[in-house]
Design a protein around this ligand. Sequence first.
Ligand SMILES: C[S@@+](CC[C@H](N)C(=O)[O-])C[C@H]1O[C@@H](n2cnc3c(N)ncnc32)[C@H](O)[C@@H]1O
Length: 222
Amino acid sequence: MMLKKLKVLIIKERHLKFFKKIYKKYSDFTMLPEDIFINNLLLIEKFRPLDGCVVECGVWRGGMIASISELLGTSRDYYLFDSFDGLPQAKEVDGSAANDWQQDKESPKYFNNCKAEMIYAERAMEMAGQKNFYLIEGWFSDTLPLFNPELPIAILRLDGDWYDSTMDCLINLFPKVKKGGLIIIDDYYAWDGCSRAVHDFLSKGNLEHKIRSFNNVCYIIK
Ligand SMILES: C[S@@+](CC[C@H](N)C(=O)[O-])C[C@H]1O[C@@H](n2cnc3c(N)ncnc32)[C@H](O)[C@@H]1O
């Protein structure tokens, strides 16, 4: 029994070391802090046996999705959706913190309104050795309705911050996630608009899906 526990501990330690190495590799390509970044990978690893494609909406410089692809390998398709022109204007529904953040253009946390050129995300995916990836540029409301992946979505990561962005993703992509698939909602604890969109989507659709948490990473299992 003791030996079994020790083996589990050693395996966990090796995983953490590997994930820390991945974070270091992509730290200039992601806004996520190291602990949350690693918790995303730990959660996603549990869903590795699910086949299907991987989608991230709101990729910025692509560091998170590139790391996910290092974990899940080269045999899947990866879809990266972003305006590559920063965030849309926050609205009242997004809460005062979001509106204040967007007005404070001098803040070190402003990140040029989260604007990153597409070339960064392309470079991050190439650093991960991926060939099967697609960069889809434009507003979610324009690009997502046209999205028709060959296989259902196994892992969907939403990182679009605001109410409308999150709602556009849920309306268009939730039906395309396979049963048992993982949906990570990055901004659920950060921005009011995001959590409102999740609640509205689930209640308007009369859906029974639970909002779960893994070490401060919010997720839903379809
Ligand atoms: C916080 S950043 C994403 C961070 C990224 N996942 C990482 O690893 O650091 C949010 C991104 O969402 C994009 N975005 C937000 N709402 C959008 C929308 N409605 N349409 C397209 N892109 C959107 C922004 O351009 C920005 O790149």
